[in-house]
Design a protein around this ligand. Structure first.
Ligand code: AMP
Length: 415
């Protein structure tokens, strides 16, 4: 189905063509006509599905259709996002898609000076993308007027909840006019999101976009069993010998991310770190260093990585497995996007074995294991008591590599 059939105006179709999009993604095909028809929406869609354009395009169209003439812009669409990076990306999307329309998009988030934001809001914007805390600061200082908001978008609602923004969100909703359209996007729908949706949405349409086909086809997943204290050396070794040119490495803690980035840099592998304790300037710089190839390695925490749109990422490394198996799926979703092949490598120490089992249960298959010959673990998983009754011991295949199937201790072939 072409974009044309969704009822979008010429200026938007032109911008879409310039972006290089040829047809709408599933969430766009479903959401755009509904939003144009004025419906409230509850959409289950993750980052990477094209969800931003699914709300940005129809919102731009609705705003362009009845823009008050000859006056300074009035804030009519508000988008809340959980993180600064996502806010910046969403605002950039509005600006890109709206480039042939006389509409402006503002951006406010914390961690940077408030002065330029006040100036921008004073000049007027049609759309505002914001993180909750800073938006409330502006509301408290009366530097933003939310009384004209006609369309309200809650993006990545589940993450907002995880990050403890629920009270801020409720406070913001109370500042909005009662008569408005509401769009809620979330990757998952725990009870709290359902409650919020019940309060927020008026007779909503429900859209569910299946989880991306992360497994098997798009992303090759591999576990390297390795001792905890050998992980850093093993990672440097892998980056060098496998010649990965751009690697996103996940670390569980902010402190760990910093330390790892420093150590890798000292190893002669320039690395930048991105996490919540960094100033906005430092985060933007780290991301741009990574995107432009100045830093070959970006070490990130889960929260900081959410919503980062980094194209053509060939390789993601889990330096530590995440506590929640869902985060594993989010992490490996950074690679193999838009139909490209990707590789997701996890360095797993024996202490993390139970996390690995939980992940394999969620993705519903065993993840192949490969011992790095230079870094054999003191206790390989396959000979743990848990799988002692599971058949033959691991075998050596090619170049001294041992591959074993996690649960059954059987040799497996790489897909
Ligand atoms: P999102 O899920 O909004 O973060 O979008 C993920 C990526 O898909 C972004 O890089 C978009 O530029 C890209 N994208 C969005 N819509 C389309 C489309 N219809 N065709 C191709 N790429 C798209």
């Amino acid at each position: 189905m072409p974009f044309k059939s969704l009822g979008l105006r010429a200026e938007l179709l032109q911008a879409i063509t310039e972006e290089g999009y040829t047809e709408p993604t599933p969430v766009q095909a479903r959401a755009i006509p509904l939003v144009l028809a004025g419906r409230d929406l509850m959409a289950g869609a993750q980052t990477g599905t094209g969800k931003t354009a699914a709300f940005a395009l129809p919102i731009l169209q609705l705003l362009a259709e009845n823009r008050p003439l000859g006056r300074r812009p009035r804030l009519r669409a508000l988008v809340l996002t959980p993180t600064r990076e996502l806010a910046a990306q969403v605002a950039e999307s509005f600006t890109d898609y709206g480039r042939h329309l006389p509409l402006s998009c503002g951006l406010v988030f914390g961690g940077v000076g408030i002065g330029p934001q006040i100036e921008q809001l004073r000049r007027g914007v049609d759309v505002l993308v914001a993180t909750p805390g800073r938006l409330l600061d502006h509301a408290g200082q009366k530097t933003v007027d939310l009384s004209g908001v006609e369309i309200f978008v809650l993006d990545e609602a589940d993450r907002m909840l995880d990050m403890g923004f629920i009270r801020d969100i409720r406070r913001i909703i109370r500042l909005l006019p009662a008569l408005r359209r509401n769009l809620l996007f979330s990757a998952t729908f725990p009870d709290e999101i359902r409650h919020l949706a019940n309060e927020l949405l008026r007779d909503p349409e429900r859209i569910d976009i299946e989880r991306k086909q992360l497994d098997a086809e798009l992303v090759e997943q591999l576990v390297h069993p390795v001792d905890r204290d050998k992980k850093r050396a093993a990672l440097s070794h892998l980056i060098r010998t496998r010649q990965w040119r751009q690697v996103l490495v996940f670390s569980r803690t902010k402190h760990g991310a910093n330390r790892l980035a420093d150590q890798l840099t000292r190893d002669g592998l320039p690395a930048a770190a991105i996490h919540g304790n960094k100033t906005q300037g430092a985060r933007t710089m780290a991301l741009s260093d990574f995107k432009t190839g100045r830093a070959r390695i970006l070490v990130a925490t889960d929260l900081a990585s959410r919503g980062l749109d980094i194209d053509q990422l060939p390789c993601v490394v889990n330096y530590e497995l995440p506590q929640s198996p869902e985060d594993y799926v989010h992490r490996i979703g950074r690679t193999g996007r838009a139909g490209r092949d990707g590789l997701a490598v996890s360095l797993v120490s024996i202490e993390e074995y139970s996390l690995l089992v939980a992940i394999e249960k969620l993705v519903n298959h065993d993840i192949p294991q490969e011992i790095i010959p230079e870094f054999p673990p003191a206790v390989p998983f396959a000979i743990r008591p848990k799988v002692a009754d599971a058949g033959p011991p691991p075998v050596r295949m090619g170049r001294g590599t041992v591959r074993v199937n996690t649960r059954r201790g059987l040799p497996t072939r790489r897909r």
